[in-house]
Design a protein around this ligand. Sequence first.
Ligand code: HMG
Ligand code: MG
Length: 298
Amino acid sequence: RVTSTVRIVEVGPRDGLQNERSIVPAAVKVDFINQLSRTGLKCIEVTSFVSPKWVPQMGDNAEVFQAIEKVPGISYPVLVPNVKGLESAMKVGVKEIAVFTSASEGFSQKNTNGSIQQVINRTKDVINVAKDHSIKIRGYISCVVGCPYDGYVKPSAVAKLCETLLSLGCYEISLGDTIGVGTTNLMKDMLKAVLVVAPSDKLGIHCHDTYGQALVNVCTALESGITVVDSAVSGLGGCPYAKGASGNVATEDLVYMLQGLGVRTDVDLNSLIEVGQFISKTINKPTNSKVNSALFKN
Ligand code: HMG
Ligand code: MG
């Protein structure tokens, strides 16, 4: 038995498009996000306010955030690495941010140019300013089971970081299998350790599908009591600083699986398939969603 409802966090516009070789024009991103807003999704991660020197694909963050329709009842978080990014986000009216950290030192250095502790310190500054402005804060932990630089990651390292981020004021922690190496047993061990320090309603799962394990790993998380799942329409996604990482679990595949389990998502699968087709065609890539390939009728 699993939960009766799942909240999906759509990360395609951010996790997906940050990893595209060519920069998708801002107007296309806006159209994409507006289409996602009409599928029933309740949370859409729009962009990131990171350094454009590091991730040029997100350099149009302010323009995109300002231009999208903000549908009441839908949250539009953005990724923020430091106070500079937060200030830029606040200028355009961002109401929710996601801070991001890594359970492994190697990825922390490569992705955010600092040790785990340095990034926690930076994150503390971000959280303090965000709290002063009543901005909601979600937290990410990357490399929860494996790191592209350090290999296996201990569950205790994830649990420790999770406890820290919650105590700083994150309302929820998204546990990221950044390079998709997780298997059922690795996931179970990691979740067991994390659930000692955090209740399941403070956790989400974020699975990349590099090894084809993402849906299975999501299922394992649901069986552990987690009810929030990150996904990207068309299976977009990856991280420029996690070589070889492929896309997130596809939102279409996730919704199909949840429907089969009798879990309510409020997301309309047909609309999602249309948006998946739109973005795949626009970036000139075949969809990574098996459900989209199976159900799309030309
Ligand atoms: P740094 O180089 O140490 O930063 O990078 P710095 O403070 O020394 O600044 C360097 C330059 O960047 C300066 O410009 C700053 O102004 C500028 P200069 O003076 O040389 O002209 N800068 C900025 N500009 C705009 N907005 C900002 C900003 N910050 C600095 N916010 C930093 C440190 C953290 C900024 C950098 O490493 C960075 O931006 N990293 C982000 C990398 C990234 O976005 N990775 C992908 C997202 S994480 C992910 O995908 C994983 C996830 O999906 C979960 C999972 O799958 O596991 C979330
Ligand atoms: Mg990711």
